[in-house]
Structure formats: structure tokens, C-alpha cells
Design a binder for this molecule. Structure first.
Ligand code: FE2
Length: 259
């Protein structure tokens, strides 16, 4: 029989403040099917607050549906590089998938996307960015994969990109690879992975994170959620992006397959 000391923390003893226990989602990429599964799982976990790290609508499944759901969230939300490229199709980097997403958004959804900030804070302990604090196109916790190859950077490189940002928890997305790392100075950096676009990880399931501030520091849970990815792939094909179907149904392919 476990002692009182080793008993798990009861739900009622958990922090109540929404900036001390919350869900982190990123890189939905217009996949409303995956987002619905993640939002349902977040509700099951009893988490009330959600922060979103951008690349919200650029994808072949249901950009408007994703925007509608994300606009209803109460937590802080930021833009990613693909959100910039969807708002302004003349920018270098903007492509066919961004133009498709833009064509599906109504005026209110496009205005919401255009108004998203590049970075944000959640309470006084948490900082949100898409790539790194300084650049939404720079990968942070893994070197952005070329084909199937991805490598993990050393501590000095990761710490340099963290700069002197004085936050306990730094959140990033962009690379679609879920990781949670801690710097020597105690700061934690978490990438929750991608909700709606899986690459090279060998699973089509949606990914997100739950973080919680406990007495010993930030506690991270990286979650993997199954959903109806076959239905999402059928929509991608019907919308003219059959090359995305392999990514959606397997999660094994690399980014080159989306071109
Ligand atoms: Fe992305």
C-alpha cells in the first residue's frame, strides 16, 4: 500500500491558475479533423486553457474549419511563418498551399489571422514563439529535416537561441518534432509537435502537450492522439493535394513529399 507521501497529486490539489496548467498546440495546418480530436482529448484531461503556436490554417483539409475552432479558444495565440505567407501571398516562401488556405477563409478569419502577434506571453512565466523568440522560420530543438534526416542540436546552440529571455518556460513549434529540453540555467523549452501534419515520426496521430507548474518546476506531458486521418486524407485529395494524403495517413514521409 503506498504511503501518503508517494500518493499521486489529486486533481483538486493541482494549480487552478490557467497559466500554471495548460495545453500547448501548434502547427494545426488546417487539419480540423485532427484538431477536433486534440480538443476532445484536452477536455478529457480536464485542462481549461490552451495556447497555440501558429501555422494554423495552411493545409489541404479544412482551413476555415480550423480557423473557426482556433478563434474560439481563449488562451494566447500567435502566428507562424505559414500564417504570414497566407495573409500575404507575395512574401518569399508563400506557396500553393498557403493560397489554397487563403481562398477558403472568410473576411473575419483572414482578419483574425492577420492580427495574430509573432510572440506572446502566458502569465509571467511562459513565453510563446513559433520558431525561436527572434525568428518564425528558424528551427530550435531539432535541425529542420531535409528529406528524412533530422539532427539534434547541442546545448550551446539551443541556449544561444534562447538568449536572455527571462521566462521559466519557452514554447516553440515549427519543426513538428515533439521535444522537451532543459537548459543548464533551469529554463525549459518545449515543442509539442504538430496537431495536423506529421512528418518522419512514423505515426499519423495528432500531437500536443500539457504543461503544469509544480513545486519542482514545469512538468511536461507529450501526447499522441489518434483520429480519423483517412477522412482527412480524402479531403486533401478532393481539394487537389493528393501528395499530402501519404503524410496524413502514415506520418512516415519527409517534407519533400508535400511539394
Ligand atoms: Fe508548420
Amino acid at each position: 500500500m503506498p504511503s501518503a507521501r508517494s500518493s499521486p497529486v489529486s486533481r483538486s490539489a493541482r494549480p487552478k491558475r490557467t497559466d500554471l496548467r495548460f495545453a500547448v498546440i501548434s502547427d494545426v495546418h488546417g487539419n480540423a479533423h485532427a484538431l477536433d480530436a486534440v480538443l476532445a482529448d484536452i477536455a478529457i484531461q480536464g485542462v481549461e486553457s490552451i495556447v497555440c503556436l501558429g501555422d494554423n490554417v495552411s493545409g489541404p483539409v479544412d482551413p476555415a474549419g480550423a480557423a473557426e475552432r482556433l478563434m474560439a479558444l481563449s488562451g494566447p495565440s500567435i502566428r507562424g511563418n505559414h500564417d504570414r505567407w497566407t495573409v500575404d501571398l507575395s512574401l518569399k516562401g508563400s506557396g500553393k498551399i498557403d493560397a489554397f488556405a487563403r481562398s477558403k477563409l472568410n473576411d473575419a478569419q483572414l482578419a483574425w489571422l492577420a492580427d495574430l502577434p509573432a510572440t506572446a506571453t502566458h502569465g509571467d512565466r511562459v513565453f510563446l514563439c513559433h520558431g525561436t523568440p527572434a525568428d518564425d522560420e528558424v528551427p530550435w530543438l531539432d535541425m529542420f529535416f531535409s528529406g528524412r534526416a533530422t539532427t539534434l542540436p547541442g546545448e550551446a546552440q539551443v541556449a544561444a537561441l534562447a538568449g536572455t529571455f527571462d521566462y521559466e518556460l519557452l514554447l516553440c513549434g515549427h519543426t513538428h518534432i515533439a521535444r522537451s529540453v532543459r537548459l543548464a540555467d533551469g529554463r525549459m523549452i518545449v515543442n509539442p509537435g504538430s496537431v495536423g501534419m506529421q512528418l518522419v515520426q512514423g505515426s499519423p496521430d495528432a500531437r500536443y502537450a500539457i504543461v503544469e507548474r509544480r513545486a519542482a518546476g514545469w512538468h511536461t506531458t507529450l501526447l499522441v492522439v489518434p483520429y480519423d486521418y483517412e477522412a482527412a486524407a480524402r479531403l486533401a485529395t478532393a481539394n487537389g493535394f493528393p501528395q499530402w494524403a501519404a503524410s496524413l495517413t502514415s506520418g512516415w514521409v519527409g517534407p519533400e513529399s508535400l511539394r
